[in-house]
Design a protein around this ligand. Sequence first.
Ligand code: PNS
Length: 178
Amino acid sequence: MASQSTASQKKRVGFYPGSFDPLTNGHVDIIRRALVLVDELVIAIGVHATKQPFLSPEDRLALIEAETAPLAKKIGAKIRTATFSGLLVDAAEKAGAGIIIRGLRGAVDFEYETQMVGMNRTMKPAIETVFLTASPETQFISSTLVRQIAGMGGDISRFVPARVEKKILVRLPRKRSR
Ligand code: PNS
């Protein structure tokens, strides 16, 4: 049974990609649950030149690190943060991850995500994708809607962590005056 013990001793590295613009309570829920499944979780921000972000990659990295460090400590897993600009599977492979984690909120996510898995698995068969379904309390939250609500002066405190809300409120006036 030597091969089995080798497999069980292998470090499980998960790769959780997203725009995280901004990090929401939905993302935090997925991160908390993913940390139980892996030894190390790489939270990676996809940065694409064609997309004008709301928060800078640096701000998003800092918020993710501040928000998730206590979770990792509590659960006893390791977290790494990164940015990537090319293919998701290449970034996951470069990070040494064998599992891609994606959150699913509903049928629309499922359609898109299963298509992405098919393409990704064809490109890198060794990398498995695991879907975590959103918890009922966060199922409706999306970064796009959070940005929209914040931009229209609405209360986003129930959708994002407090330090994310603070950062968004600091960023908003500058965004509006452009
Ligand atoms: O959760 P999000 O914000 O929709 O995530 C966006 C993310 C990070 C998945 C996207 O920006 C990205 O990088 N997509 C992967 C690009 C890719 O590898 N395409 C080919 C595979 S289908």
